[in-house]
Design a protein around this ligand. Sequence first.
Ligand SMILES: Nc1ncnc2c1ncn2[C@@H]1O[C@H](COP(=O)(O)OP(=O)(O)O)[C@@H](O)[C@H]1O
Ligand SMILES: [Mg+2]
Length: 196
Amino acid sequence: MSKFVILITGTPCVGKTSVALLLAAKLNAIYVNLTEFATKNNLVIGADERRSGSLIVNEVRLRKVVSKLINEAGDKSVVIDGHYAASVVPKKHVTHTFVLRRDPVELRGFMEKAGFSGNKLWENLASEILDVCLVDALNAYGREKVCEINATGKSVEDTVEDILAILNGSKKCRVGVVDWLGKLESEGRLNEYLRV
Ligand SMILES: Nc1ncnc2c1ncn2[C@@H]1O[C@H](COP(=O)(O)OP(=O)(O)O)[C@@H](O)[C@H]1O
Ligand SMILES: [Mg+2]
């Protein structure tokens, strides 16, 4: 099989880590969690209090160590898990970026279960509704390397099967597969969900 360098991105709690771990196991690939990787390599330089304490990393250095890891992986595929992947994995290395999407109503439940509340919850839900991760991925890697996966109502296994089907060419890579704004609007829930 050819070498894949795959990014799994998406809003917090969408299911990135669950999917990336299973995908890496199925591909016999190296799994990299960007947050853990940045911490281990002493590249965390602070926490952004206005952004609900999300970590600030030395992106220039992180790009270098991620590139090194991909080169040293040789023929092995690499699966990279992280919502700021778009800014730190150089385009030339990346074969596929999968942006996981989840209906905001379901995502809110996942976030609440993970202990998110207040600003942190509403800011992250707004990011999902407004396609922030998708736009970041498209800006960084272009349409030819970005596939959107609607994980709503699916098991981790089913989502990984969708990704494998795209990798082996039996399913098409697409963007524009969800419209949360339109859906929430038609359900009369937009004001409830888009608070920031
Ligand atoms: N397909 C799924 N169905 C049900 N629960 C899920 C699914 N995917 C993830 N979860 C749960 O949702 C939470 C967030 O998942 P996680 O993979 O940590 O997301 P992320 O890495 O994007 O923050 C975890 O508790 C996880 O067990
Ligand atoms: Mg995670």
